[in-house]
Design a protein around this ligand. Structure first.
Ligand SMILES: Cc1cc2nc3c(=O)[nH]c(=O)nc-3n(C[C@H](O)[C@H](O)[C@H](O)COP(=O)(O)O)c2cc1C
Length: 352
Protein backbone atom coordinates (compact mmCIF):
# COMPACT_ATOMS: atom_id res chain seq x y z
CA UNK A 1 0.00 0.00 0.00
CA UNK A 2 0.98 3.59 -0.61
CA UNK A 3 3.08 5.64 -0.81
CA UNK A 4 1.62 8.05 -3.25
CA UNK A 5 4.09 10.55 -4.56
CA UNK A 6 2.57 13.89 -3.51
CA UNK A 7 1.66 13.85 0.13
CA UNK A 8 0.25 16.47 2.52
CA UNK A 9 1.90 16.28 5.95
CA UNK A 10 0.18 15.98 9.30
CA UNK A 11 -0.19 19.48 10.72
CA UNK A 12 -1.66 20.22 14.12
CA UNK A 13 -4.64 22.57 13.72
CA UNK A 14 -4.25 22.92 9.96
CA UNK A 15 -4.69 19.53 8.28
CA UNK A 16 -8.34 19.23 9.31
CA UNK A 17 -11.11 18.15 6.94
CA UNK A 18 -11.60 21.42 4.97
CA UNK A 19 -7.87 21.80 4.31
CA UNK A 20 -7.57 18.13 3.41
CA UNK A 21 -10.34 18.54 0.88
CA UNK A 22 -8.69 21.55 -0.72
CA UNK A 23 -5.17 20.12 -1.04
CA UNK A 24 -6.61 16.92 -2.40
CA UNK A 25 -8.50 18.76 -5.11
CA UNK A 26 -5.29 20.65 -5.96
CA UNK A 27 -2.95 17.71 -6.54
CA UNK A 28 -2.27 15.89 -3.26
CA UNK A 29 -2.63 12.16 -3.58
CA UNK A 30 -2.54 11.30 0.11
CA UNK A 31 -3.41 13.47 3.11
CA UNK A 32 -2.77 13.11 6.84
CA UNK A 33 -4.87 14.23 9.78
CA UNK A 34 -3.15 16.36 12.42
CA UNK A 35 -1.45 14.45 15.22
CA UNK A 36 -4.06 13.13 17.66
CA UNK A 37 -3.23 12.05 21.22
CA UNK A 38 -4.16 8.37 21.44
CA UNK A 39 -4.75 8.61 25.18
CA UNK A 40 -7.52 11.21 24.95
CA UNK A 41 -8.94 9.67 21.76
CA UNK A 42 -9.75 6.42 23.56
CA UNK A 43 -10.81 8.13 26.77
CA UNK A 44 -13.37 10.65 25.56
CA UNK A 45 -16.04 10.66 22.88
CA UNK A 46 -15.88 14.46 22.90
CA UNK A 47 -12.17 14.31 22.06
CA UNK A 48 -13.00 11.92 19.20
CA UNK A 49 -15.63 14.29 17.84
CA UNK A 50 -13.30 17.24 18.04
CA UNK A 51 -10.18 15.55 16.72
CA UNK A 52 -11.54 13.53 13.84
CA UNK A 53 -14.26 14.45 11.39
CA UNK A 54 -14.47 13.00 7.94
CA UNK A 55 -16.77 12.39 5.00
CA UNK A 56 -17.01 10.06 2.00
CA UNK A 57 -14.67 12.23 -0.07
CA UNK A 58 -11.92 12.28 2.54
CA UNK A 59 -9.88 9.37 1.13
CA UNK A 60 -7.16 8.28 1.02
CA UNK A 61 -6.43 9.59 4.49
CA UNK A 62 -3.97 8.56 7.15
CA UNK A 63 -4.66 9.22 10.81
CA UNK A 64 -1.62 10.16 12.83
CA UNK A 65 -1.45 9.33 16.52
CA UNK A 66 0.96 10.34 19.25
CA UNK A 67 1.29 7.73 21.98
CA UNK A 68 3.67 6.51 24.63
CA UNK A 69 2.12 3.09 25.03
CA UNK A 70 1.53 0.34 22.46
CA UNK A 71 -1.76 -0.85 23.97
CA UNK A 72 -3.19 2.67 24.05
CA UNK A 73 -2.19 3.29 20.44
CA UNK A 74 -3.60 -0.01 19.22
CA UNK A 75 -6.94 0.72 20.92
CA UNK A 76 -7.13 4.17 19.36
CA UNK A 77 -6.32 2.78 15.91
CA UNK A 78 -8.93 0.02 16.23
CA UNK A 79 -11.62 2.70 16.65
CA UNK A 80 -10.87 3.89 13.12
CA UNK A 81 -10.62 0.51 11.39
CA UNK A 82 -12.33 0.76 8.01
CA UNK A 83 -12.64 4.56 8.30
CA UNK A 84 -9.09 5.52 7.30
CA UNK A 85 -6.50 4.07 4.96
CA UNK A 86 -3.63 3.86 7.40
CA UNK A 87 -2.30 4.74 10.84
CA UNK A 88 0.88 6.74 11.30
CA UNK A 89 2.88 6.91 14.51
CA UNK A 90 4.36 10.32 15.27
CA UNK A 91 8.02 9.76 16.18
CA UNK A 92 9.16 13.25 15.32
CA UNK A 93 7.42 15.95 17.36
CA UNK A 94 10.37 17.73 19.02
CA UNK A 95 8.43 19.98 21.38
CA UNK A 96 9.41 19.94 25.03
CA UNK A 97 5.96 18.86 26.27
CA UNK A 98 5.98 15.92 23.83
CA UNK A 99 9.39 14.68 24.93
CA UNK A 100 8.28 15.00 28.56
CA UNK A 101 5.17 12.92 27.84
CA UNK A 102 7.26 10.28 26.10
CA UNK A 103 5.61 10.83 22.69
CA UNK A 104 6.85 12.20 19.35
CA UNK A 105 10.63 12.44 19.05
CA UNK A 106 11.03 10.72 22.45
CA UNK A 107 10.24 7.49 20.56
CA UNK A 108 13.37 7.90 18.42
CA UNK A 109 15.30 6.70 21.46
CA UNK A 110 12.94 3.76 22.08
CA UNK A 111 13.08 1.59 18.95
CA UNK A 112 11.77 -1.53 20.72
CA UNK A 113 8.67 0.39 21.84
CA UNK A 114 8.12 1.62 18.29
CA UNK A 115 8.41 -1.96 17.07
CA UNK A 116 5.75 -3.09 19.58
CA UNK A 117 3.51 -0.19 18.60
CA UNK A 118 3.68 -1.09 14.91
CA UNK A 119 3.02 -4.76 15.61
CA UNK A 120 0.07 -4.30 18.00
CA UNK A 121 -1.53 -1.56 15.93
CA UNK A 122 -1.44 -3.68 12.79
CA UNK A 123 -3.01 -6.57 14.66
CA UNK A 124 -5.74 -4.53 16.40
CA UNK A 125 -6.84 -2.43 13.44
CA UNK A 126 -5.96 -4.50 10.38
CA UNK A 127 -4.74 -1.24 8.88
CA UNK A 128 -1.37 -0.46 7.28
CA UNK A 129 0.89 1.21 9.84
CA UNK A 130 3.64 3.73 9.05
CA UNK A 131 6.04 5.77 11.17
CA UNK A 132 7.12 9.39 10.72
CA UNK A 133 10.61 9.91 12.07
CA UNK A 134 13.45 12.43 12.06
CA UNK A 135 17.09 11.70 11.35
CA UNK A 136 19.27 10.92 14.34
CA UNK A 137 22.70 12.63 14.49
CA UNK A 138 24.02 9.06 14.58
CA UNK A 139 22.45 7.51 11.48
CA UNK A 140 23.13 4.02 12.79
CA UNK A 141 20.38 4.72 15.33
CA UNK A 142 17.99 5.67 12.54
CA UNK A 143 18.82 2.48 10.65
CA UNK A 144 18.28 0.36 13.76
CA UNK A 145 14.86 1.93 14.34
CA UNK A 146 13.78 1.43 10.73
CA UNK A 147 15.06 -2.17 10.69
CA UNK A 148 13.04 -3.10 13.79
CA UNK A 149 9.93 -1.47 12.32
CA UNK A 150 10.42 -3.37 9.07
CA UNK A 151 10.72 -6.67 10.94
CA UNK A 152 7.15 -6.31 12.25
CA UNK A 153 5.60 -5.18 8.98
CA UNK A 154 5.67 -1.38 8.89
CA UNK A 155 4.14 -0.38 5.54
CA UNK A 156 6.38 2.59 4.79
CA UNK A 157 8.49 5.16 6.56
CA UNK A 158 8.48 8.93 6.33
CA UNK A 159 11.80 10.56 7.10
CA UNK A 160 12.00 14.26 7.94
CA UNK A 161 15.59 15.14 7.12
CA UNK A 162 16.19 17.21 10.24
CA UNK A 163 17.10 16.04 13.74
CA UNK A 164 14.94 16.62 16.81
CA UNK A 165 17.30 19.45 17.79
CA UNK A 166 17.29 21.17 14.38
CA UNK A 167 15.48 24.44 13.83
CA UNK A 168 12.68 24.43 11.22
CA UNK A 169 14.86 26.77 9.12
CA UNK A 170 17.91 24.46 9.19
CA UNK A 171 18.81 22.77 5.90
CA UNK A 172 17.38 19.32 5.19
CA UNK A 173 19.92 16.49 5.17
CA UNK A 174 19.15 14.88 1.81
CA UNK A 175 22.28 12.69 2.03
CA UNK A 176 20.90 11.11 5.19
CA UNK A 177 17.57 10.49 3.44
CA UNK A 178 19.39 8.83 0.50
CA UNK A 179 21.42 6.65 2.84
CA UNK A 180 18.36 5.47 4.79
CA UNK A 181 16.51 4.80 1.53
CA UNK A 182 19.39 2.61 0.34
CA UNK A 183 18.99 0.40 3.43
CA UNK A 184 15.19 0.10 3.39
CA UNK A 185 13.04 -2.67 1.95
CA UNK A 186 9.77 -0.73 2.42
CA UNK A 187 9.02 2.53 0.57
CA UNK A 188 10.43 5.79 1.92
CA UNK A 189 8.69 9.17 1.90
CA UNK A 190 11.06 12.14 2.09
CA UNK A 191 9.99 15.19 4.08
CA UNK A 192 11.51 18.64 4.43
CA UNK A 193 11.42 21.84 2.39
CA UNK A 194 9.20 20.68 -0.46
CA UNK A 195 8.05 24.12 -1.58
CA UNK A 196 7.20 23.65 -5.25
CA UNK A 197 6.45 20.84 -7.65
CA UNK A 198 10.00 20.84 -9.00
CA UNK A 199 11.29 20.02 -5.48
CA UNK A 200 9.43 16.71 -5.65
CA UNK A 201 11.35 15.65 -8.76
CA UNK A 202 14.65 16.96 -7.39
CA UNK A 203 14.19 14.98 -4.17
CA UNK A 204 13.33 11.81 -6.06
CA UNK A 205 16.48 12.25 -8.13
CA UNK A 206 18.80 13.05 -5.24
CA UNK A 207 17.51 10.55 -2.67
CA UNK A 208 15.68 7.81 -4.57
CA UNK A 209 12.66 8.39 -2.26
CA UNK A 210 9.31 6.93 -3.30
CA UNK A 211 7.16 9.85 -2.17
CA UNK A 212 7.53 13.50 -1.12
CA UNK A 213 5.68 15.05 1.81
CA UNK A 214 5.14 18.79 2.24
CA UNK A 215 3.93 20.78 5.25
CA UNK A 216 4.73 24.51 5.15
CA UNK A 217 4.93 24.53 1.34
CA UNK A 218 1.26 23.51 1.23
CA UNK A 219 0.24 26.00 3.88
CA UNK A 220 1.79 28.78 1.80
CA UNK A 221 0.34 27.41 -1.43
CA UNK A 222 -2.16 24.52 -1.22
CA UNK A 223 -2.07 24.31 -5.05
CA UNK A 224 1.69 23.74 -5.06
CA UNK A 225 1.44 20.10 -6.17
CA UNK A 226 -0.58 21.20 -9.20
CA UNK A 227 2.37 23.27 -10.38
CA UNK A 228 1.22 26.74 -9.26
CA UNK A 229 3.89 29.13 -7.95
CA UNK A 230 1.41 31.07 -5.81
CA UNK A 231 -1.97 30.28 -4.30
CA UNK A 232 -4.55 30.86 -7.06
CA UNK A 233 -7.70 32.79 -6.15
CA UNK A 234 -9.83 29.73 -6.99
CA UNK A 235 -7.94 27.81 -4.36
CA UNK A 236 -8.61 30.51 -1.74
CA UNK A 237 -12.26 30.37 -2.72
CA UNK A 238 -12.24 26.57 -2.37
CA UNK A 239 -10.81 26.85 1.13
CA UNK A 240 -13.28 29.51 2.28
CA UNK A 241 -16.17 27.52 0.91
CA UNK A 242 -14.90 24.20 2.30
CA UNK A 243 -14.45 25.72 5.73
CA UNK A 244 -17.94 27.19 5.67
CA UNK A 245 -19.50 24.00 4.43
CA UNK A 246 -17.56 21.48 6.46
CA UNK A 247 -17.01 23.56 9.59
CA UNK A 248 -13.92 24.90 11.25
CA UNK A 249 -12.91 27.12 14.13
CA UNK A 250 -12.50 30.76 13.25
CA UNK A 251 -9.47 32.14 15.04
CA UNK A 252 -7.16 29.19 15.47
CA UNK A 253 -7.76 27.62 12.07
CA UNK A 254 -9.78 29.50 9.43
CA UNK A 255 -8.09 32.85 9.87
CA UNK A 256 -4.61 31.41 10.39
CA UNK A 257 -4.90 29.14 7.33
CA UNK A 258 -5.85 32.11 5.16
CA UNK A 259 -2.93 34.09 6.57
CA UNK A 260 -0.55 31.31 5.47
CA UNK A 261 -2.19 30.82 2.08
CA UNK A 262 -2.04 34.51 1.30
CA UNK A 263 1.32 35.43 2.82
CA UNK A 264 2.98 35.65 -0.60
CA UNK A 265 -0.07 36.95 -2.43
CA UNK A 266 -1.21 39.99 -0.43
CA UNK A 267 0.58 43.30 -0.21
CA UNK A 268 1.41 44.68 3.21
CA UNK A 269 -1.68 46.81 3.70
CA UNK A 270 -4.03 44.01 2.58
CA UNK A 271 -2.24 41.67 5.00
CA UNK A 272 -2.73 44.13 7.86
CA UNK A 273 -6.38 44.48 6.93
CA UNK A 274 -6.88 40.70 6.86
CA UNK A 275 -5.06 40.27 10.16
CA UNK A 276 -7.43 42.75 11.78
CA UNK A 277 -10.59 40.87 10.80
CA UNK A 278 -12.30 39.04 13.60
CA UNK A 279 -15.31 37.57 11.82
CA UNK A 280 -16.11 35.44 8.80
CA UNK A 281 -17.90 38.28 7.06
CA UNK A 282 -14.98 40.60 7.76
CA UNK A 283 -12.58 38.15 6.18
CA UNK A 284 -14.92 37.72 3.24
CA UNK A 285 -15.06 41.46 2.69
CA UNK A 286 -11.30 41.78 2.99
CA UNK A 287 -10.69 39.01 0.45
CA UNK A 288 -13.27 40.35 -1.98
CA UNK A 289 -11.24 43.54 -2.10
CA UNK A 290 -7.70 42.18 -2.00
CA UNK A 291 -7.85 39.07 -4.19
CA UNK A 292 -11.23 39.60 -5.89
CA UNK A 293 -12.60 36.60 -4.09
CA UNK A 294 -16.16 36.02 -5.24
CA UNK A 295 -18.64 36.14 -2.38
CA UNK A 296 -18.45 32.52 -1.20
CA UNK A 297 -19.22 31.07 -4.61
CA UNK A 298 -19.55 27.30 -4.36
CA UNK A 299 -16.72 25.79 -6.39
CA UNK A 300 -17.79 23.00 -8.77
CA UNK A 301 -15.45 20.59 -7.01
CA UNK A 302 -17.52 21.04 -3.84
CA UNK A 303 -20.99 20.72 -5.27
CA UNK A 304 -21.03 16.99 -4.69
CA UNK A 305 -20.07 17.53 -1.06
CA UNK A 306 -23.12 19.53 -0.14
CA UNK A 307 -25.42 16.74 0.89
CA UNK A 308 -22.87 14.98 3.08
CA UNK A 309 -20.94 17.80 4.78
CA UNK A 310 -18.69 16.52 7.53
CA UNK A 311 -19.68 14.00 10.08
CA UNK A 312 -18.39 12.70 13.30
CA UNK A 313 -17.95 8.97 13.44
CA UNK A 314 -18.86 8.83 17.05
CA UNK A 315 -21.89 11.03 17.64
CA UNK A 316 -25.05 11.15 15.57
CA UNK A 317 -24.73 14.91 15.02
CA UNK A 318 -21.41 16.56 14.49
CA UNK A 319 -20.80 19.49 16.80
CA UNK A 320 -18.88 21.02 13.91
CA UNK A 321 -21.78 21.57 11.58
CA UNK A 322 -22.69 24.73 13.45
CA UNK A 323 -19.42 25.69 15.03
CA UNK A 324 -18.20 27.81 12.18
CA UNK A 325 -21.02 30.29 12.21
CA UNK A 326 -21.27 30.28 15.96
CA UNK A 327 -17.98 32.10 16.12
CA UNK A 328 -19.39 35.19 14.45
CA UNK A 329 -18.89 37.78 17.16
CA UNK A 330 -20.81 40.89 18.20
CA UNK A 331 -19.95 44.33 16.86
CA UNK A 332 -17.89 45.22 19.90
CA UNK A 333 -15.21 42.72 18.87
CA UNK A 334 -15.00 43.76 15.25
CA UNK A 335 -11.88 45.44 13.97
CA UNK A 336 -11.66 49.12 13.09
CA UNK A 337 -11.80 48.35 9.38
CA UNK A 338 -14.95 46.33 9.79
CA UNK A 339 -16.59 49.09 11.83
CA UNK A 340 -16.21 51.61 8.98
CA UNK A 341 -19.47 52.60 7.23
CA UNK A 342 -18.43 50.89 3.98
CA UNK A 343 -17.48 47.75 5.85
CA UNK A 344 -20.75 47.84 7.77
CA UNK A 345 -22.79 47.91 4.55
CA UNK A 346 -21.00 44.85 3.21
CA UNK A 347 -21.25 43.03 6.50
CA UNK A 348 -24.97 43.58 6.67
CA UNK A 349 -25.29 42.42 3.06
CA UNK A 350 -23.29 39.33 3.81
CA UNK A 351 -25.62 38.40 6.65
CA UNK A 352 -28.85 38.62 4.66
C1 LIG B 1 1.90 24.10 11.66
C2 LIG B 1 2.61 22.78 11.68
C3 LIG B 1 2.02 21.71 12.35
C4 LIG B 1 2.67 20.46 12.36
N1 LIG B 1 2.04 19.40 12.96
C5 LIG B 1 2.60 18.16 12.85
C6 LIG B 1 1.90 17.01 13.29
O1 LIG B 1 0.75 17.08 13.75
N2 LIG B 1 2.52 15.80 13.18
C7 LIG B 1 3.77 15.67 12.62
O2 LIG B 1 4.28 14.55 12.50
N3 LIG B 1 4.44 16.75 12.16
C8 LIG B 1 3.87 17.97 12.26
N4 LIG B 1 4.53 19.05 11.74
C9 LIG B 1 5.81 18.84 11.04
C10 LIG B 1 5.54 18.64 9.55
O3 LIG B 1 4.70 17.54 9.31
C11 LIG B 1 6.86 18.45 8.77
O4 LIG B 1 7.50 17.27 9.21
C12 LIG B 1 7.83 19.62 8.95
O5 LIG B 1 7.14 20.87 8.94
C13 LIG B 1 8.87 19.61 7.84
O6 LIG B 1 8.25 19.73 6.59
P1 LIG B 1 8.28 21.12 5.75
O7 LIG B 1 9.72 21.52 5.62
O8 LIG B 1 7.62 20.75 4.45
O9 LIG B 1 7.51 22.13 6.55
C14 LIG B 1 3.92 20.30 11.72
C15 LIG B 1 4.50 21.39 11.07
C16 LIG B 1 3.86 22.61 11.03
C17 LIG B 1 4.50 23.77 10.30
Amino acid sequence: MIPCQQIAAPMVRFSKLPFRHVVRSWGCELVYTPMIMAESFIASSRARDIEFTTNHHDRPVIVQFAAHDAMELSKAAALLAGKVDGVDINCGCPQRWAIKEGVGAALLKKPELVRDMVKMTRESSGLPVSIKIRTDPDLKETLRLTRLAEEVGVSFITLHGRTALSKPSDPVDFDAIRLVKEHLRVPLVANGDVKQLQDVYDIFNSTGADGAMAARGLLVNPAMFSGYDQTPTECVNDYVYSALQLGTRFEQIFHKTLEWMLCEVLNKSDRIHLNGCVSVSGVSHSLMQSVSLPCFRCPPSLLSLLPCASHSLFSPISPFLDSFLLVEEGWERKSKAERSPAGAAVLEGARV
